[in-house]
Design a protein around this ligand. Sequence first.
Ligand SMILES: Cc1cc2nc3c(=O)[nH]c(=O)nc-3n(C[C@H](O)[C@H](O)[C@H](O)COP(=O)(O)OP(=O)(O)OC[C@H]3O[C@@H](n4cnc5c(N)ncnc54)[C@H](O)[C@@H]3O)c2cc1C
Ligand SMILES: CC(=O)[C@@H](O)[C@H](O)COP(=O)(O)O
Length: 656
Amino acid sequence: MTNDVLIIGGGIIGLACAVELKLRGANVTVVCRDFTAAASHAAAGMLAPDAENIADAAMLDLCRRSLSLYPDWISKLEELTSLNTGYWPSGIFAPVYQSPITNHQSPAYWLDKAAIHEYQPGLGADVVGGWWYPENGQVDNQALVKVLRTAAESLGVSFKDGVTVEAIAQQEGQVIGIQTNIGFLRADHYLLAAGAWSNQLLPLPVRPRKGQMLRLRVPEFVQELPLTRVLFGENIYIVPRRNRSIVLGATSENVGFTPDNTPAGIQSLLQAATRLFPQLADYPIQEMWWGFRPATSDELPILGESHCKNLTLATGHYRNGILLAPVTANLIADVILSKTTDPLFTHFHYSRFQNTPVPTQSSTTTSMLTHPANFTNGHSKNLSLQPAEFNLQDSGLVIAGKTFQSRLMTGTGKYRSIDEMQKSVAASGCQIVTVAVRRVQTNAPGHEGLAEALDWGKIWMLPNTAGCQTAEEAIRVARLGREMAKLLGQEDNNFVKLEVIPDAKYLLPDPIGTLQAAEQLVKEGFAVLPYINADPMLAKRLEEVGCATVMPLAAPIGSGQGLKTTANIQIIIENATVPVVVDAGIGAPSEAAQAMELGADALLINSAIALAENAPAMAYAMGLATVAGRIAYLAGRMPIKNYASASSPLTGTITG
Ligand SMILES: Cc1cc2nc3c(=O)[nH]c(=O)nc-3n(C[C@H](O)[C@H](O)[C@H](O)COP(=O)(O)OP(=O)(O)OC[C@H]3O[C@@H](n4cnc5c(N)ncnc54)[C@H](O)[C@@H]3O)c2cc1C
Ligand SMILES: CC(=O)[C@@H](O)[C@H](O)COP(=O)(O)O
């Protein structure tokens, strides 16, 4: 039996799960950075599986199931606390301005113009009809969150308020604890319920979708409540509360975590609201706010088991987290305490974002997370000119005990398309591909779906900390990178390409920050591959603190200037006992070959391939150049002489 459960996040999902787990006998701790900075406070509280027109059948099923749990769940909570949640199964009207073409399925009823205006006086004159969803309703979500918190406290759930979880520490498929700003916390089992912030802790495709809201007040001179049912209009919903406030929402903006209400956002809400229910134009505005919905790429939640046996996921509830709270709490408690998974949950398993099958309850997740020990990207044959054919010894590139046959590493940035990137990676014959953790996490332009675009069973991932300006940031992103690699199936991948780059113009790395971050990451068990200026002293220091390679630059990243630091790279190569990977600035295959001829152990090339007119062809050429340069190095080049030396013999020539 799992005794201690630690929940990350104190929004409605974390709180609902806490109450349910506690009621079933677990010891529960909720760790939360900010109880009010949560989508759960910002929401409108509609319970609207039908009005929302949910297309996904399993999602609709889940939402309806949750709606059916609402009455009993609310009674239980209100009894426990003697507080009111404002639950109101009022029904929802969805007025329209044009007659619909499609028919909604029961439980929706079509009301023609006369009927809807009769049932709901005060609607805009251009409303031509509407749907009536008698089974949908609303709850005062802010009141409900308070009730849940009070219930949890009265049951003995322990709360750690104002505490930020910084990392989820894992070992061999188990979470061993969480790193927080107040220290390391441990439990038997962990539940991630961090809403829109979830992917700061695990590489899940959960992004913030901002919604702006405002509240009006029914003025004193209006005696009776003008609205007693939710109006679900086009780009607007109007949610009347029993306490005479009226909630208007909501915008849907893809602006990351950009805070604040904006004139454009509020104007759009007011315009749509007063068109639908004109008398609102004279109602006083009481309050405005905004919040971040936790949106996944397929707009469905992520529920149930994770890649770690003792970590469960309950996140990504997007537009319906208030509605889905009771069913989530019930089924998550089943998963954690009874180890049973409702068949419906398989539809919401995190692995749908990977190209791997969903593991069953009885199987361990290891099958999903293992990969072939020897990496071939399937296309390296063309480039495998074997030095052994010429009596040359080359045992391959060994980094942190892992052997790779290819000595070329590539990147994923700057390609015109994912398809071009995939073809180029294949054509290069590389076995290591570096991925910018931050850009993948934030779905930066050109990085959408990137993590899933390569076959990580064949390519070794080198997560990099691009975009980090300080040692602290790089350490945090490195930890995320390790989780990302794990989640994508490389359980034992502890590699990180460390980049600490405060300067945007030359993209030159900060040597002090790099050394500090490297020391820390080595202590945490990472195989650190630091990107550095070609500084032999720094290279030595990094080697001394335990880095797995050093990666001196040939020239600034993306400059394509070629080998500008040859003399220093040569000193680094002469003195290094770890592999030297020449990284950045290589513009042409001749320069790749030249770096390898110097004795570099490997190369990392991105821009020169991605920005070539024919990227896959250039990737192939870079692969050949890397092999050629390596063989030339092993073959031993002729010495350079000051004067000409005739190629043909000077003796035994025929005289005429
Ligand atoms: C404008 C708007 C309107 C909405 N309307 C509705 C609606 O009408 N009906 C409906 O069903 N749903 C609605 N939703 C969606 C619903 O609000 C969300 O799906 C739901 O609140 C998600 O709950 P949650 O607990 O997962 O996340 P949140 O409520 O966001 O809670 C997450 C919590 O985790 C904490 N946290 C995050 N990271 C960390 C960390 N590293 N360490 C510690 N703590 C952390 C945060 O501080 C926060 O308190 C709406 C959302 C918005 C924004
Ligand atoms: C992708 C990556 O890690 C780059 O930052 C790397 O330094 C390669 O540089 P080029 O793009 O100049 O090849």
